[in-house]
Design a protein around this ligand. Structure first.
Ligand code: NAP
Length: 241
C-alpha cells in the first residue's frame, strides 16, 4: 500500500490489518507509518506489518524499496498504488511547480510503482494490481484541477492498457475511481456528494476484494455522474471547479 500515512491508504491498511493480513506500508512521513505499525501490530491476531519511507517522485528509489518490502514479506499478493497529490493551480499563472508535482506523483510516480510491482508479479506469475485513479480522470477539468485530472486520466489509461495486456492471465488489474471522500486531499472542499472517510474506505475495500476491472466508489451517485462527465458539454465542465 503506497500513501498509507493518511486518508484512504491508512484506512484501507487499518481494515486489512484487522483481518490479520501481512502488509507493507510506504509514504514519506515515516513517523506516521511507524506509529500506525506499532498500533496495528499490538492488536490480537495481527499479521506482519513492514514500513518504509518512500517518495514516489524519487523514481530511482521506488523499485528497490518495493522489492525490499516484498522480500521481507516473502512475496506480494496485491499492490495498491494509492500515493497521490492534489495540488494544482491554473496553468500559466507561474505556479507550475504545484502542477508538475501533481503529475510526477500521480502519474510518473505511479508508473514507477507499477514497473516495480509488475516485475514481482511477472516473476510470481500472479498478483492483483490496484490503481487509485479518480472520477476526475473521466474528463479534463479547468483551472486548479487541470493537472490533477490529466494525471488521473493518464493513470486510468495506463491501467486500461495493462488490463488488455494481462487479460486472461493470473495478473489482475483494478482501476478504482473514487468520487469525493473526506480526506486531507479534499480539505476545504464542500460538496453534498462528499462521503465520510469510514464509508469511503469500507466501499473501497469491498470493491478491491471483488477484483473488478474498474469500480466507481461510491457507485451512487458517482457511477452515472462519471459516465455523463465523458459527454457533458463544456458549459458544464467549465463550472466544475
Ligand atoms: N479523497 C478523495 O475524494 C479522492 C478521490 C479520488 C481519488 N483519490 C485518490 O486517493 C489517493 C489517496 O488520497 P487521500 O484522499 O487519502 O488523500 P491524503 O490523505 O492526502 O493521502 C495522500 C497519501 O499519498 C501520500 N503521498 C503524497 N505524495 C507522495 C509522494 N511524493 N511519495 C509518497 N507518498 C506520497 C501521502 O503520504 P506522505 O505525505 O506521508 O508522503 C498520503 O499518505 C490519491 O491518489 C488521491 O488522488 C482521492
Amino acid at each position: 500500500m503506497t500513501g498509507a500515512s493518511s486518508g484512504l491508504g491508512e484506512g484501507i491498511a487499518r481494515t486489512y490489518a484487522a483481518q490479520g493480513r501481512d502488509l507493507a506500508l510506504v509514504a514519506r512521513r515515516l513517523d506516521r507509518l511507524e506509529a500506525l505499525r506499532d498500533e496495528l501490530s499490538a492488536a490480537p491476531g495481527a499479521g506482519r506489518i513492514e514500513v518504509a519511507r518512500l517518495d514516489v517522485t524519487d523514481f530511482d528509489s521506488v523499485g528497490p524499496v518495493i522489492a525490499d518490502l516484498a522480500e521481507r514479506l516473502g512475496g506480494l499478493d496485491r499492490a495498491v498504488i494509492n500515493a497521490g497529490a492534489g495540488k494544482g493551480a491554473p496553468l500559466g499563472t507561474g505556479k507550475w511547480r504545484a502542477n508538475v508535482e501533481t503529475v510526477q506523483t500521480n502519474l510518473t510516480g505511479a508508473l514507477a510503482q507499477v514497473e516495480a510491482v509488475l516485475e514481482i508479479f511477472r516473476a510470481q506469475d500472479r498478483g492483483h494490481l490496484v490503481l487509485m485513479s479518480s472520477v476526475a480522470g473521466q474528463r479534463g477539468m479547468p483551472k486548479a484541477q487541470a493537472a490533477y485530472a490529466a494525471s488521473k486520466a493518464g493513470l486510468t489509461a495506463l491501467g486500461e492498457g495493462l488490463q488488455a495486456e494481462f487479460a486472461g492471465s493470473p495478473i489482475a488489474v483494478t482501476i478504482l475511481k473514487p468520487g469525493f471522500i473526506e480526506t486531507d486531499i479534499n480539505k476545504g472542499v464542500r460538496s453534498a456528494m462528499m462521503i465520510s472517510l469510514d464509508q469511503g474506505v469500507a466501499e473501497l475495500v469491498k470493491a478491491i476484494e471483488r477484483e473488478p476491472g474498474e469500480a466507481v466508489v461510491p457507485a451512487w451517485p458517482w457511477a452515472p455522474v462519471s459516465a455523463l462527465l465523458r459527454y457533458a458539454p463544456l458549459e458544464i465542465t467549465r463550472r466544475m471547479v
